[in-house]
Design a protein around this ligand. Structure first.
Ligand code: NAD
Length: 528
């Protein structure tokens, strides 16, 4: 039995030192408006998690590749063409990118599904439409933005300017006879594999809307829609070359080089809490502006006054959408004592009815996990749960595919529900990030809150109740950044998105993103 967390295989792709002579796609970095090979010509192997087949080779970029990308972004930044465009002009460019993404919805959905393993229907209905919406939303937001004006009696007037990050001032240093650029202000954007294009565009769109230049890195496990976005950006003439740059590679090499580069003054990172800790500590050395969207262990609270059938359907969606690989998925279901047996019985049945299979099949509700290594992590936690006294109500094993030879090497795992664990057990408090859910019984609202809050994370929580007062009281006391009442993943892009405790630092979305991806400067004028 695997009981040591360190024995879990790392969730990273293999590397090759030389490209093989075959017809498999080769992705290139997009730097300064050119598609270029990594300087050391090393590549990572990108696989389809449903079949384990090789989909593409992607650059294993090192410091020197990131340096080139930052140099290109710096040149574009200093030329200032993009930052000097009006809001309307930048908005038009964002709308053009959105339209091109929309035109290619089917192609992008297929790429995302092949790369990540998510059902193609999910990519078509959620991931790609949301990527389109991200560009459209920030194209609108930048037009409707306004900044503050404060009058101090009759004495003075303050107004606030919103400007891109950094300055484009070149300073001539007389003593060293050198031109130095201070506070260049390039945005470094780093994203995970679970919602590849959805989360990448959630950062790229507002960063561009605010007039910045960008170096972005998607997950090494899911590069294909990022590569497609690079091709789209390349076709948009009004977007000056070098404003957006995409590099690929391992986090500890390419990602680390972005975070530690002195000309990158803003870091927006979405990923695991442990990585966020490393990113945060490096960024703080350079006093960089920082947004961290990290892990979660989210509770779904089922109160005794709820409509049980509606709650069961919601629980299925909240726990198992995208194979449970969404930071916002519920992985702890807390059920009030008087309805526990009925709820758990119905929940178990609905989970057993989930169709797991080929993500290309329009009927599949769940595909494979992101990788074989990630499945090892899931299996480790299911073993741990048994060791901790948990009872597997359903799942807890790999599915067997009769007559579907091509799926036999895939990273599939059945949706799993575990009962009888202590709410303080490791299985119930550590982030598993897969289709594994624990159920707990509670008596009172106070006990439900105690269980829900007793984790180091604080991203979101959902509550099923028909009692409005109870909903307000519980929402007030849940230690999270987002509460959903009788709903889940219901997103209005204007609202603040982010977590508390070890789920993150800062908020993005709507005006919060505009504030983060810009510098606000107050100007005070004496009226005396
Ligand atoms: P991860 O932390 O392993 O990687 C995320 C990104 O960071 C990848 O691009 C990776 O290459 C890069 N990276 C890794 N090490 C780095 C380093 N030392 N320096 C710079 N970059 C580095 O996370 P993951 O496995 O890709 O994603 C899953 C995690 O992301 C889960 O914990 C999940 O909860 C979290 N997540 C959070 C949100 C949110 O909004 N809060 C959204 C999605 C996913």
């Amino acid at each position: 039995m695997l009981l040591n967390e360190n024995s879990i295989a790392p969730n990273i792709p293999d590397c090759i030192d030389q490209l093989p002579n075959n017809s498999i796609q080769v992705v290139k970095n997009y730097i300064g408006g050119q598609f270029v090979e990594p300087l050391q010509k090393k590549y990572l192997i990108n696989r389809n998690p449903a079949t384990n087949e090789i989909l593409a080779y992607i650059p294993r970029s090192m410091d020197e590749d990131v340096n080139l990308a930052v140099k290109a972004a710096k040149k574009a930044h200093l030329e200032g063409v993009w930052r000097r465009k009006t809001e309307q002009e930048r908005s038009n460019v964002l709308m053009k990118i959105a339209a091109k993404l929309q035109e290619n919805l089917d192609v992008l959905a297929a790429l995302e599904s092949n790369d990540n393993g998510k059902p193609v229907s999910l990519a078509k209905n959620i991931d790609i439409p949301r990527a389109v919406a991200n560009f459209q939303f920030f194209a609108g937001a930048i037009l409707h933005d306004s900044t503050g004006c404060h009058t101090t009696g009759m004495n003075s007037l303050n107004y606030t300017l919103r400007r891109p990050i950094g300055f484009n001032q070149q300073t001539f240093f007389f003593c060293t006879q050198k031109i130095l650029n201070f506070c260049i202000g390039i945005c470094g954007l780093i994203t995970p594999w679970n919602l590849p294009l959805y989360l990448l565009t959630w950062k790229v769109a507002p960063a561009l809307a605010c007039g910045n230049t960008v170096v972005a890195k998607c997950s090494e496990l899911t590069p294909l829609t990022c590569n497609f976005l690079a091709q789209i950006c390349d076709q948009v003439e009004e977007l000056p070359k070098g404003v957006i740059n995409f590099v690929y590679g391992y986090g500890r090499e390419c990602g680390n080089a972005i975070v530690s580069h002195p000309d990158v003054n803003l870091i927006s990172f979405t990923g695991g809490t442990q990585t966020g800790r490393v990113v945060g500590s490096i960024a703080s050395q350079g006093f960089k502006k920082l947004s961290l969207e990290l892990g979660g262990k989210n509770s779904l609270l089922i109160m005794d006054d709820c409509n049980i059938d509606t709650a069961v359907t919601l629980a299925k969606r909240a726990c198992f959408t995208n194979q449970g690989e969404i930071c916002l998925c519920a992985s702890r279901v807390l059920v009030q004592e008087s309805i526990y047996d009925e709820f758990v019985d119905k929940f178990k049945k609905i989970v057993q009815s989930i169709k797991i299979g080929d993500p290309k099949d329009g009927n599949s509700e769940m595909g494979p996990l992101i990788s074989l290594a990630h499945r090892e992590k899931i299996e480790f936690y299911v073993e741990l749960a048994k060791h901790e006294g948990g009872q597997i109500l359903t799942g807890g094993e790999r599915p067997i595919f009769e007559n579907q030879e091509h799926l036999k090497q895939g990273a599939f795992y059945k949706p799993t529900v575990i009962a009888n664990l202590s709410p303080t057990s490791r299985t119930s408090t550590e982030e598993i990030f897969g289709p594994v859910v624990v159920v707990h019984k509670f008596k009172t609202d106070e006990e439900a809150l105690e269980i829900a809050n007793n984790v180091k994370y604080g991203l979101c929580a959902s509550l099923c109740t028909t009692n409005l007062n109870r909903a307000h009281k519980m929402s007030e006391n849940l230690e999270v950044g987002i509460v959903w009442i009788n709903t889940w993943l219901n997103r209005d892009l204007r609202t603040p998105f982010g977590g508390v405790k070890q789920s993150g630092v800062g908020r993005e979305g709507g005006k919060y993103s505009l504030e983060f991806y810009s510098e606000e400067k107050n100007v005070c004028i004496s009226l005396m």
